[in-house]
Ligand binder design. Structure first.
Ligand code: ATP
Ligand code: MG
Length: 267
């Protein structure tokens, strides 16, 4: 999506959770409803939107290097999404490859800063591994990860849908190593208003929660989306359409209802 990232309270809570998992060298689970913003937060935390394309096309290329080295040094995090169907061996190999590349980048930064005190070439500088869509991991992959964690004490975050924490109960060895469980919540009312304000502006209007019409529209949106980011993002293009087709000016609750009826909404 090309919308700018909004630093929400949930994103800050996610960052705190990630820092805690990392500090304790433990395994943490982050779970929450579809579309609340888990993936976005994790990619943001790991600078993955910038780092992924950079380390995917591997090799030096000049001006952009230093910036990415510094970024890798700051984040020391690998973000990984397993394929829907993936062999455990491939999962581990891919993770190793990303870890190596992030380590090399981070080390390049340290070499730049102080060549004498930089770690040696083989040093593993990655401190945190975030695995999105963790329900795709097979029992064998989970076991390999658990084993790798035992040997290296690499901090790991597993992101998934609600219930993933319960699923891990079936793996006592993994479960007994879990340090934190974090629930990623939908937007609260204040933040929903903040996000709506932006959407209103994008449609060339100003939101006034004290205005009766706006208050009703807000109530309708709140009821329909329950503060779910993805539903909001999908609703607004439809609101724009309804306004345009009917040549309306104001975003009323009727407009919101009409927009919602076009969408297949359900969580
Ligand atoms: N902090 C944010 N700022 C702006 N937009 C956001 C933010 N978080 C999420 N979004 C929007 O909401 C959509 C859904 O977010 P995301 O994919 O991160 O949800 P998710 O919790 O990972 O869902 P799923 O469980 O289905 O994987 C994104 O495509 C994006 O448009
Ligand atoms: Mg996701």
């Amino acid at each position: 999506m090309n919308h700018p990232f909004i630093v929400t309270k949930e994103h800050r809570r996610f960052a705190e959770f990630a820092n805690a998992v990392r500090k304790e060298n433990t395994i943490g689970i982050c779970h929450g409803d579809a579309g609340v913003g888990k993936t976005n937060s994790a990619r943001r935390y790991s600078n993955w939107d910038d780092l992924e394309p950079y380390i995917t096309t591997w090799g030096r290329r000049g001006d952009e290097d230093a910036r990415h080295y510094a970024m890798a040094h700051r984040s020391r995090t690998v973000f990984y999404t397993p394929e829907v169907i993936s062999r455990p061996k491939d999962v581990m190999q891919e993770i190793e490859r990303w870890k190596t590349r992030i380590s090399i980048c981070a080390r390049e930064h340290l070499l730049e800063v102080n060549p004498e005190r930089a770690p040696d070439a083989m040093a593993d500088l990655v401190e945190l591994l975030i695995i999105d869509e963790a329900e795709r991991l097979t029992p064998t992959a989970l076991e390999l990860l658990r084993d790798s964690h035992d040997r290296t004490h690499l901090a790991i975050i597993l992101i998934g849908m609600p219930g993933i924490d319960q699923r891990f109960r079936h793996y006592p060895q993994l479960y007994s190593r879990l340090g934190f469980s974090h629930l990623y919540r939908a937007l609260g009312r204040d933040e929903l208003l903040f996000v709506l304000d932006r959407h209103w502006k994008r449609l060339g209007r100003t939101l006034d929660p004290d205005d009766f019409t706006d208050a009703q529209a807000i109530a309708a949106i709140e009821r329909i989306t329950r503060g779910n980011f993805r539903l909001l993002e999908r609703l607004f293009p439809q609101i724009a359409r309804v306004l345009k087709i009917n040549q309306l000016d104001a975003i009323t609750d009727d407009v919101v209802e009409a927009a919602a009826s076009i969408l297949v909404i359900g969580t």
